[in-house]
Design a protein around this ligand. Structure first.
Ligand code: DGL
Length: 268
């Protein structure tokens, strides 16, 4: 198989599958390679230096396979390291599509000056202020409240939906949204669509905005559908069985999930 016409999709774990499922809807004929960096998750509580190290390994992995187009199906990467990655890897022939930057405009549609947008995200994304800066470039009169949700990725990756502690953590974050009278809530981490059933106990589903659709549309304006039959290969840096189990809500993966080893981060 030649991978030059393949789209590489990357995330720390099963979160990016929520983006892959949108991509498959609009580009069903494409070939995809999905890489979940499960040995290194969660990214959201790591430093930029660590995240950049993980991201570089993944992009080098895609380069080795000859993949040319990369969907960054991770908000934390889009927020912290996208610009560095683009600078380093564009000259090597990679075309990189980020999430937040692709979605900011659509996220503001239909809102009026003074309206509040809440953004649920990892700690690192919230700290970066990337959603607020991208949204306020489009409309400086929107109020953006970034809400860090450090435990949500763990709930999804370990399938802890039924624990009282998980329900309590979700309830607390939903309370912040209600207090702010938000008109829109951005699912600012690709793991969070897995939690929508829990969120919608407190808020109507229509209030939630999933940036994945905007990234898929952005990619679609560069890559066209053909008559080919699409295909997806899955790779993880951690345990393939756990990945399959946690992925279930978005992909019932029947084929083998391959394991790939990446260099280990060490601070020198
Ligand atoms: N799903 C990723 C994101 O959108 C990363 C979550 C994590 O590993 O903390 O930010």
């Amino acid at each position: 198989m030649t991978y030059s016409d393949t789209i590489g999709v990357m995330d720390s774990g099963v979160g990016g599958l929520t983006v892959l499922s949108e991509l498959v809807k609009v580009l069903p004929s494409a070939k995809y390679i999905y890489l979940g960096d499960t040995a290194n998750l969660p990214y959201g509580c790591k430093t930029k230096e660590e995240i950049l190290f993980f991201n570089r390994n993944i992009l080098n992995f895609f380069l080795t396979l000859g993949v040319k187009d990369i969907a960054i199906a991770c908000n934390t990467t889009s927020a912290l390291t996208y610009e560095d990655l683009r600078e380093e890897f564009s000259p090597k022939g990679l075309r990189i599509f980020p999430l937040i930057q692709s979605a900011a405009y659509s996220a503001t549609l239909g809102l009026n000056d003074g309206d509040c947008i809440c953004v649920l995200s990892t700690l690192a994304t919230a700290k970066s202020g990337k959603y607020a800066s991208e949204i306020n470039k489009i409309n400086p009169n929107l109020k953006v409240v970034e809400i860090p949700c450090p435990n949500f990725v763990e709930i999804v990756e370990n399938r802890l939906y039924d624990l009282d502690e998980s329900k309590k953590i979700v309830r607390e974050k939903m309370k912040i949204i209600l207090e702010n009278k938000a008109k829109r809530v951005i699912l600012g981490c690709t793991h969070y669509p897995y939690l929508l059933d829990m969120f919608s106990l407190y808020l109507p589903r229509e209030i939630f905005f999933n940036p994945a659709g905007s990234l898929a549309k952005n990619i679609c304006s560069f890559i066209k559908n053909t008559n080919d039959v699409g295909d997806i290969d899955f790779y993880v840096t951690g345990d393939p069985c756990e990945f399959k189990k946690s992925a279930k809500l978005f992909f019932d993966i029947k084929k083998e999930v391959k394991s790939v080893k990446m260099p280990t981060f060490s601070r020198v």
